[in-house]
Design a protein around this ligand. Sequence first.
Ligand code: ATP
Ligand code: MG
Length: 359
Amino acid sequence: MSQEYTIAVLPGDGIGPEVIAEAIKVMRVVETRLGLKLNLNEQPVGGAGYEASGKPLPDDTLKAAKSADAVLLGAVGGPKWEAIDFSLRPERALLGLRSELGLFANLRPAKVFRALTEASSLKPEVVEGLDVLVVRELTGGIYFGEPRGVETLPDGERRGINTLVYTESEIVRIAEVAFDVALKRNKKVCSVDKANVLEATGLWREVVTDLHKKKYSAVELSHMYVDNAAMQLVRNPKQFDVIVTTNMFGDILSDEASMLTGSIGMLPSASLGGKTAMYEPIHGSAPDIAGQDMANPLATILSVGMMFKYSLDREDVNTVLENVVESILDAGYRTKDIMSKGMKEVGCKAMGDLVVQAL
Ligand code: ATP
Ligand code: MG
């Protein structure tokens, strides 16, 4: 009996549909080669969702996502929808999906492919072979804490307020994700906080330390203040394996880590926590290059790899896809975003075809 999976495929806007089309080609090959059945349930999201139903996250799209084994998303947003009401903006679909699916853990690997070592803004020896994973808490912290807002004081001066809140159970569940993935990697976790200034992150440090003692002594745990972590990431990034941190610190550090690799078009991500996880490239809808067959589809194809690893229990597929990408880069093929002298420039579709051929 062949295994059967349902994947909600949400192409979205801009280059989203272009990179998703290549990912679908790749999934079809994997399906045939492994003798699986993949039911791909394609639904509009973001600006496309708004056009189709007046909402960035249409009811049918949410239903498809909730009932799927995994969600694969392209990208949302674009100039066309910048002027509409905040609650109807394409980006709201992401917040809606995260909260409806209970996705509290965002995993962003920053990996430097051998052939792209020179693309980094850092010295080759600093980033060569770099493979860091940032685990960011996604549904709590200062982005969601109450009270929040802007109020006017009696004397007319305005005051802006946001509140950093973490409960013990929120910290435990994100730390568990980080320790669990570290066990499958190099067994090192660095927990990043600002425990010397912020009480909520003092609790963070305490809870992570306790959990480590109780359940994860096989993993090496260290702690770092966020300012130091930001510095260490550019000074000596290879000291890190898994970094686990709060929503806001993770937002910043994961962008910093991704830039060490030199290309936004190469990096996948996973959001885990609930029954159904979501996978997407870290880049946006790139309206400046949409519709020109120029986008790099590899971040999305590597997101498919993460989907097989974390949702479909087929880590081998992820390994194969990573190796295929490595070999295509070694052979000198590049999309425009990672192009350098002497290399062979290809478009989005041709890059997808190269992956299909190599598979
Ligand atoms: P968002 O707010 O959705 O994150 P953004 O404008 O901040 O959007 P992107 O849409 O990711 O960021 O685009 C940033 C730059 O990177 C653009 O110049 C875009 O063309 C380029 N870019 C993004 N993704 C890719 C890709 N897959 N291939 C090639 N270039 C890309
Ligand atoms: Mg952006």
